[in-house]
Design a protein around this ligand. Structure first.
Ligand SMILES: C[S@@+](CC[C@H](N)C(=O)[O-])C[C@H]1O[C@@H](n2cnc3c(N)ncnc32)[C@H](O)[C@@H]1O
Length: 192
């Protein structure tokens, strides 16, 4: 078993949220086919998805994480995977960090706070090259976003915000979008 398989097992055991297997495979295929040069990730966690993206292209990754323990863990992951020289790990709140970034990205993996996707969206679009993609995970949030199920009070704002995000993206004339019922719901958004 290699390091990333162990990391996946440990993350599942510890309830550390990482991308599901089919979402990971989607990212791998995307990186293999599109060879992004400059990737931005919102929500590093332990460096699992970031490692897979880098292992399947020859680009560079800027990744933002708010939790200091996860940030430190992710740095170790990238070190162990021999990827450190292709990663810029940033500790901070994505809301503030994305305002300070001025790179031009050809892939943004949006996997941070689910209730904030719409709040980040216009800024992320500015950071994206024309022809670049945003891949957003968890847009269906355990089936609650497009289901009829009663949504518990503590999740209601998050679910409402994800619904607004989906509607906004669908009506945005500056992008083309596709939604995939894999992982926890994936949106693939291409800036025109
Ligand atoms: C679903 S996990 C990311 C999983 C990771 N992309 C993977 O698949 O390996 C979401 C991460 O976003 C982080 N996060 C939550 N709010 C954040 C914020 N405001 N700014 C940056 N990171 C945030 C959480 O601490 C958590 O580690």
């Amino acid at each position: 078993m290699d390091y990333l398989d162990k990391l996946r097992e440990i993350s599942i055991q510890n309830y550390t949220p990482i991308v599901k297997d089919d979402g990971r495979d989607f990212l791998i295929e995307f990186c293999k086919n599109n060879k992004p040069k400059n990737i931005l990730e919102i929500g590093t966690a332990v460096g699992y998805s970031g490692s897979f993206m880098l292992m399947n292209c020859d680009g560079y990754l800027t990744t933002i994480e708010i939790n200091e323990k996860s940030y430190e863990f992710a740095k170790q992951t990238f070190e162990k995977m021999g990827l450190t020289n292709r990663v810029n790990c940033i500790l901070g709140d994505a809301k503030n960090v994305i305002e300070q970034l001025d790179g031009e990205y050809d892939l943004i993996f949006l996997d941070g706070p689910k209730g904030q996707y719409l709040a980040y969206y216009e800024r992320l679009k500015k950071l994206l090259k024309s022809g670049g993609y945003i891949i957003a995970d968890n847009v269906y949030f355990h089936g609650l976003v497009n289901g009829q199920e009663f949504v518990k009070h503590k999740l209601r704002t998050l679910v409402v915000n994800l619904r607004k995000f989906i509607e906004y993206v669908k009506n945005d004339k500056e992008v083309e979008c596709q939604f995939f019922d894999i992982a926890d719901g994936i949106a693939l958004i291409k800036k025109l």
